[in-house]
Design a protein around this ligand. Structure first.
Ligand code: SAM
Length: 424
């Protein structure tokens, strides 16, 4: 256990210092050739620790006058406290193992770690009770995030924060070019994989499983994609032979979905070269082909051949606050000031991609954010300025938790925002 605790503490430390968790996790596990089982154990520890970081920080501040300046030691404490709070392992084993782990980092800190954790175990109930009275400790988000959600969702804020701390369900999209929903559901039944049909091509897998153990995954019969994200291809009202631009495409989930449900001529544009690779991987696995351009949508649009599009999907970069349960590092990486930056970038992308749309064409604006400043505020600012743009009312499926085009995170879907605009 101590090796996993040590690696987990190192990764949590890196996130607290500004690193993206998926990137460092992949890099670390590849470099150190960590096997699947140990990878799962480390992931569980890192995710759990980051999920409850506000609470463990509160506890450390209660128990320690001056937290250690050695950040690896400090984060070993966070990992151990998460383990002790979640009660998933024997508490004496957790303490014993973390003390051994700290011995590998700094011998002079073993007594300190041991002392703090044993005091915690003695005062556990009182400390956990006290943590319920402090918002950052109760919900484990930065206070600016809690205040923002509280202001924007006066009724649903607690639920939104709780969902963000829950384990996300595994949701897949059936590739209609290879199979059908019914055929694929039968395959799942035959293999005793419990599931629920959500709507369109979306199926929720009830128990967590390895992605490549899903029947037909390597053959491209299914992809991993949230149900909320799967609405995009359907909301765009795609017709046969439409020319379609996917303006911010990587990793290509929505692009692949669009070509799976309609015969369209798709152009995918993505600014990030490495992320273009991810589109190509998806194309290869799923057996699709469409034009992929590694360039930027911007005022110049220098890649564009002057032929405007019938449809534009604009899935803009955003805070990702609506998918925090899948990317738990986000809540500790984002700053309040990032929202203003995203708003400006999103507005510029909307203006730049609007120019590429035909008269009477439709543009779908999408974010995976639950902050208004990236959603309704961008669209309303654009509608005020752009006289050729009108908003079309979207009819969402009944099993989607939505208010004013904002999907609120729930079991079946993430927190996304959609706005459908039509050009005069
Ligand atoms: C939210 S992600 C898109 C997700 C994608 N639509 C999907 O469903 O898989 C936004 C993407 O936009 C890309 N991007 C950011 N600015 C861009 C620009 N000016 N032009 C093209 N792509 C851009 C980012 O690199 C990122 O890959």
């Amino acid at each position: 256990m101590k090796e996993a605790q040590l690696i987990a503490a190192g990764l949590v430390k890196d996130v607290q210092e500004g690193s993206n968790l998926s990137k460092i996790f992949q890099k670390h596990t590849k470099k150190n050739k960590i096997n699947q089982k140990n990878k799962a154990q480390i992931k569980d520890l890192v995710y759990g620790t980051l999920r409850s970081y506000g609470k463990t920080k509160f506890i450390i501040n209660k128990l320690v006058k001056r937290p250690p300046s050695n950040l690896l030691i400090l984060n070993l404490l966070h990992v151990a406290l998460f383990q002790l709070i979640s009660n998933r392992s024997n508490s004496y084993t957790v303490v014993d193992q973390i003390v051994s782990a700290s011995n590998m980092v700094s011998k002079s800190h073993t007594g300190f770690i041991n002392g703090v954790l044993r005091t915690f175990l003695r005062k556990k109930e009182t400390l956990l009770e006290e943590s319920q009275n402090v918002l950052e400790a109760k919900y484990s988000y930065p206070i600016w995030w809690i205040n923002q959600i509280k202001t924007e969702y006066p009724k649903a804020w607690q639920n939104i924060l709780d969902v963000g701390n829950s384990h996300p369900a595994l949701i897949i999209r059936v590739n209609l070019r290879k199979t059908s929903i019914n055929k694929y559901a039968k395959k799942l039944e035959t293999q005793n994989v419990e599931h629920l049909l959500l709507g369109y091509e979306a199926i929720l897998i009830k128990k967590p499983m390895q992605i490549d153990s899903l029947p037909g995954f390597n053959e491209g019969e299914v992809s991993i994609q949230d149900y909320g994200a799967q609405l995009a291809a359907h909301l765009l009202d795609l017709k046969k032979n439409h020319t379609v631009l996917d303006a911010c495409s990587a990793p290509g989930g929505k692009a692949c979905h669009m070509v799976e449900i309609q015969d369209i001529k798709l152009t995918a544009v993505e600014v990030d070269k490495q992320r273009v690779e991810r589109i190509n991987e998806n194309l290869n696995r799923l057996g699709h082909s469409f034009k992929v351009i590694n360039d930027a949508v911007n005022v110049k649009n220098s890649w564009h051949d002057k032929k405007s599009f019938d449809r534009v999907l604009l899935d803009v970069p955003c805070s990702a606050s609506g998918i925090v349960r899948r990317h738990i590092d986000i809540k500790w990486l984002r700053r309040f000031s990032d929202l203003k930056y995203f708003h400006e970038k999103q507005f510029d992308l909307l203006k730049a991609s609007w120019k590429l749309l035909k008269g009477e064409g439709k543009l779908l604006y999408v974010t995976c954010s639950i902050f208004n400043v990236e959603n309704r505020m961008v669209v309303d600012r654009f509608l005020k300025e752009e006289k050729t743009a009108n908003e079309i009312k979207i009819k969402f499926p009944k099993n989607v938790n939505v208010a004013d085009n904002q999907l609120l995170p729930s079991l079946a879907h993430d927190g996304l925002f959609y706005a459908l605009l039509q050009k005069e």
